[in-house]
Design a protein around this ligand. Structure first.
Ligand code: MG
Length: 395
């Protein structure tokens, strides 16, 4: 390294450079982990960074993306103005990413890759959660449909603009593989990573961490909001078991603390079982490398069979009692109406769209450009635009 004066510059402390990280990964990670030095690279080739690995850079690009900031005002289950303590899509994402890092680290997988995928996994979500996705899919039926995983890949590959040299964030093939999830059955503007029988274990970790995060925080928020009843939940074996175990350990605490400690214990139970059952499965199968993981017919990452079934019971409970709760369903209908009316209004009068959206008509088609625009909206922006454009008289 040369200083500006031209003399060789000697750092006062030994810097940890990308090549050091890559060397550490070679020594520390399991043979079946993804190593950043072996990445299949980016769609547009770029020079490597002096001190960040390819996946650390992916993670940083995701965190700096506009779509990432908008997650704060997108619904997880509760519309953002219902209360300041409920999760939104940003806090859901951060909880999922934190769980992904713990699991990846414990299994000697690439923590940076699992984290990058987890941080990106919901970037394509519409306002108003799955209700918004359903409406857009309906409206886009004649133009290729709408799916939030597909939209996440569109956001990172196409819609984010942070470089003068390429469209999107130009993420690595491995991060994009994890984002893509279930394959690509639609037109995508860039070459899509080839999907094999399974994605990397890091992608599997991000997937399961998402599930652990939402099951637990939805239970927490559901109980806190009184939409879920504790006595009904006590019928579910996995909850009952963990709840009673915590109550026996902490007989003096109040209901709030008991709920909080039960959620903590449940996350710990799920993560511990996932890590241990996966370690057993990986040891039996002993894949030589990540390519062997990708060719494995079944997912190597998973719970022991009993816990998988118990978790299914808990998810069914949430489905019936929280996601289909009359209060949640009522806001869902309102959300569907807002998006559908915005769609019709802007289809009829595209001149009301921002110039940046109209500029994409020729390239992406009018419907796709409009779907991208609506999907990118936060809950509160969609509500404000709906009031301004569709119901300016406040009716
Ligand atoms: Mg999610």
């Amino acid at each position: 390294m040369m200083s500006s004066a031209g003399a060789p510059r000697r750092p006062r402390v030994a810097l940890r450079l990308r090549t050091d990280w890559e060397q550490e990964e070679r020594e520390r990670l399991a043979p079946w982990a993804v190593r950043s030095a072996d990445s299949h690279g980016r769609v547009v080739a770029e020079p490597e960074h002096p001190y960040r690995t390819v996946f650390q850079r992916d993670r940083d690009r995701i965190v700096h993306a506009r779509a990432f900031r908008r997650l704060e005002y997108k619904t997880q289950v509760f519309i953002h103005h219902e209360g300041d303590h409920y999760r939104n899509r940003l806090t859901h994402t951060l909880e999922g990413a934190q769980i992904a890092r713990t699991i990846a680290r414990t299994l000697r997988l690439n923590e940076d890759l699992a984290e990058a995928i987890a941080l990106a996994h919901d970037l394509g979500h519409t306002p108003f959660g799955h209700a918004g996705e359903r409406v857009l899919n309906e409206l886009m039926r004649g133009a290729g449909g709408f799916d939030h995983n597909r939209q996440t890949l569109r956001v990172v590959d196409w819609l984010e603009q942070r470089s003068a040299e390429f469209r999107g964030l130009n993420l690595s093939a491995e991060t994009r593989e994890g984002i893509l999830k279930h394959g690509c059955h639609w037109e995508h503007p860039l070459p899509v990573p080839a999907l094999r029988a399974q994605p990397s274990l890091e992608a599997q970790v991000a997937d399961r961490s998402d599930e652990i995060a939402y099951v637990n925080h939805d239970l927490d928020d559901g109980l806190r909001s009184d939409l879920l009843r504790l006595d009904a939940l006590a019928e579910i074996p996995l909850w009952r078991e963990v709840h009673e175990e915590v109550r026996a350990r902490l007989p003096e605490v109040d209901d709030d603390m008991l709920r909080t400690r039960t959620i903590v214990a449940l996350i710990n139970r799920l993560v511990t079982d996932l890590v241990e059952a996966t370690a057993d499965r990986v040891e039996k199968r002993n894949p030589a490398d990540v390519e062997a993981v990708r060719d494995t017919p079944e997912r190597l990452l998973g719970y022991e069979r009993g816990l998988e079934q118990a978790l299914r019971g808990l998810k069914d409970f949430l489905f019936q009692n929280l996601y289909h709760h009359p209060n949640v369903v009522a806001t869902t209908h309102q959300a569907e109406r807002v998006l559908a009316e915005l769609w019709s209004f802007l289809r009829e009068d595209p001149n009301k769209l921002p110039e940046s959206v109209r500029a994409r008509f020729a390239e992406d088609g009018e419907e796709r450009a409009l779907a991208d625009y609506l999907a990118g909206m936060t809950d509160r922006f969609a509500l404000a635009e709906h009031r301004r454009l569709v119901h300016p008289d406040g009716d």
